[in-house]
Write a protein that binds this ligand. Structure first.
Ligand code: ATP
Ligand code: MG
Length: 219
């Protein structure tokens, strides 16, 4: 079982959007997927309620303290992939999720004032020692933001995910209808970006020795 988490202590940067879209992509690839919603605001769970397909993917809203037991049960039930949706602000949530993850994605907006919060999140992940990459979201069609973001990643000594997520209304429209962008607008640019991000995630996860690190943490 592979565990991916979306963590950023900054709010509204696309954690839930990417978690739900990647989960739908994994389901479309034939995987048994569980989304674990660690956010007290339960946005991913509301998305699932609106969606009305409780197992496609399954979404569970839990407290971080239950993570090891829930992961163990998911692994025993034959789940292929768990995607954890983190919460803004909470260092505890970030720490707990990073600890059990094979890969952490840290979405951040293409705006310079986000650097401090990205640095905080990166510091938390580095304490745990998990593998991670920064993902640039809300990328405008033009501008120098992308280069600046790469500079930030370099300054922080972080991996920079080569897939950029554009600032696109389709994400909001899909999310509010309980869909992923690939379902809402299958031939759109946002869908293309999610597919590319999923490929990146799959390739990164494949580089890891299967079940090496995290099983011990939730056994
Ligand atoms: N790439 C994007 N382009 C445009 N809008 C987006 C994009 N990604 C997310 N959004 C929209 O921005 C809002 C915040 O996104 P989302 O809920 O995914 O962020 P979050 O990091 O999970 O927020 P929170 O910290 O509150 O949990 C949502 O309305 C979502 O539809
Ligand atoms: Mg969220």
């Amino acid at each position: 079982m592979q565990v991916l988490s979306l963590i950023a202590q900054k709010g509204g940067v696309g954690k839930t959007t990417l978690a739900t879209c990647l989960a739908v992509q994994a389901v479309q690839q034939g995987k048994q997927v569980l989304v674990i919603d660690l956010d007290p605001q339960a946005t991913a769970s509301f998305w699932s309620d609106t969606r009305g397909k409780p197992d496609d993917p399954a979404v569970m809203s839990i407290q971080p303290v239950r993570l090891p037991a829930v992961l163990k049960a998911a692994s025993d039930a034959g789940t292929d992939m768990v995607i954890i949706d983190g919460a803004a602000v909470s260092k505890e949530v970030a720490y707990s999720a990073a600890e059990v993850s094979d890969l952490v994605l840290v979405p951040f907006k293409a705006a310079v004032f986000d650097i401090n919060s990205v640095a905080q999140t990166v510091q938390t992940i580095k304490q745990v020692g998990s593998r991670y990459a920064l993902v640039l979201t809300f990328v405008p069609p033009q501008g120098k933001e992308t280069e600046e973001a790469k500079d930030i990643a370099t300054q922080l000594g972080s991996n920079f995910c080569p897939v950029l997520i554009g600032n696109r209304k389709a994400f909001f429209r899909a999310q509010s209808s309980g869909l992923a962008v690939q379902e809402f607008e299958p031939d759109g640019k946002a869908a293309e970006e999610i597919k590319a991000l999923y490929t990146y995630v799959s390739d990164e996860l494949a580089k890891q020795p299967q079940e090496a690190g995290n099983v011990k943490k939730f056994a």
